[in-house]
Design a protein around this ligand. Structure first.
Ligand SMILES: [Zn+2]
Length: 364
């Protein structure tokens, strides 16, 4: 069993609208029998909240709630970071492709909340390095950037998305197809990178604080920085043509880009495992960020501490089982607006008319 319940008794009422959340010390619940199931834990205690009457069980507080194949959560976490496509994972564990997709989305949501709960709330104490990781969604006609902010400790402070217009060398037929698609579906916002980076900096750098920011010479970055007047951001740039060695000031983010491409099937060159929706790429990025920050050594050879331990954000290196130890609830964590949109699957892909969002009312 990949998870265990941290406490024997339910810690709070899972209903986000329950009055007991305003006064948790006086919260009471009743035991309400149990149910048996085929997998561990076979006997699950049921409860009823005395305040709102919501029924729930000890499974409600596990990351494996409602899962028929609870044994798959940890293996899928690892496979998502080991360059497997969803169908490749499905074949290995004898499950449907759609099962693996749902597990990947659940892991993505959990990791978004996990990172929000653990990342520093104060201003970062190290310089921040910003870059856009270029990839695409749906087809090569819809490129996108994952904007990443990384520190020299290799801690990934945050990420956001920016939908881009296809550019670069194109055959005349490709230019015609781009024009046709843009006429039908609209053109990506030319301000997307500025908006994405501005929102990301607003999230990572608290108001009235001072940070050093390093980036390449992308012309949207200074515009984003200038709009954050209540923060002091000392911005220095390095040409993206400079050799990408450890002495390059952008090395932390360059190395994160390498590791992200090395680890993720959806970002390989010429792959057929590319993300069909930007939302899927973001969920996978959240899993990567949690693994990079809290689980993986900074150096594979030295087997040293993960970046979050070096920054003093966690007491010891976490295992994947630690990360998945207990379920996180979106209404119990302070979540910025973009992360909330991402959590609920509301980042739309232009080329898909009906983008499914996450709205099961008991599964939020
Ligand atoms: Zn309640």
């Amino acid at each position: 069993m990949p998870t265990s319940l941290p406490t024997r008794l339910p810690p709070f009422c899972p209903n986000p609208d329950c009055d007991s959340l305003r006064n948790p010390t006086t919260w009471r619940f009743k035991k309400k029998g149990f149910f048996l199931r085929d997998q561990v834990p076979r006997k699950v205690q049921r409860y009823r909240c005395n305040t709102c009457g919501r029924n729930f069980s000890s499974q409600t507080f596990r990351t494996t709630y409602w899962l028929r194949r609870a044994d798959l959560l940890t293996p899928v976490f690892h496979r998502l970071l080991a360059c497997s496509g969803l169908r490749q994972i499905a074949r290995e564990v004898s499950a449907a492709h759609s099962t693996i997709q749902r597990l990947a989305e659940r892991l993505g949501r959990h990791c978004l909340l996990f990172h929000e709960a653990h990342r520093p709330s104060a201003a970062p104490t190290e310089p921040l390095v910003l870059d856009g990781f270029r990839t695409f969604e749906h087809s090569q006609y819809w490129p996108m950037d994952l904007n990443l902010i990384v520190g020299p400790s290799h801690f990934v402070y945050g990420f956001s998305d920016a939908e881009l217009r296809r550019s670069g060398t194109m055959r005349p037929s490709q230019r015609e197809k781009r024009a046709r698609l843009e006429e039908e579906l609209g053109r990506p916002d030319p301000q997307a990178t500025r908006k994405g980076v501005e929102e990301l900096l607003r999230r990572v750098v608290p108001p009235n604080s001072t940070v050093n920011l390093l980036s390449d010479e992308h012309n949207a970055y200074p515009v984003a920085v200038r709009r954050l007047r209540d923060r002091t951001i000392e911005h220095a740039t390095t040409s993206s043509r400079a050799s990408r060695t450890p002495s390059n000031p952008l090395f932390p983010v360059n190395q994160t880009d390498h590791l992200l491409r090395h680890s993720s099937a959806n970002h390989k060159r010429e792959t057929i495992a590319f993300s069909k929706r930007r939302q899927g790429a973001l969920y996978r990025a959240a899993v990567f960020v949690v693994w990079r920050n809290y689980v993986k050594s900074r150096s594979e050879n030295r087997r040293d501490d993960p970046p979050a331990k070096q920054l003093g954000l966690i007491q010891r290196r976490l295992s994947v089982a630690d990360v998945l130890n207990s379920r996180l609830f979106v209404h119990r964590i302070r979540v910025p607006a973009w992360v909330r949109r991402c959590y609920f699957g509301r980042i739309r892909t232009r080329a898909i008319a009906n983008c499914v969002v996450h709205e099961a009312s008991y599964a939020v």
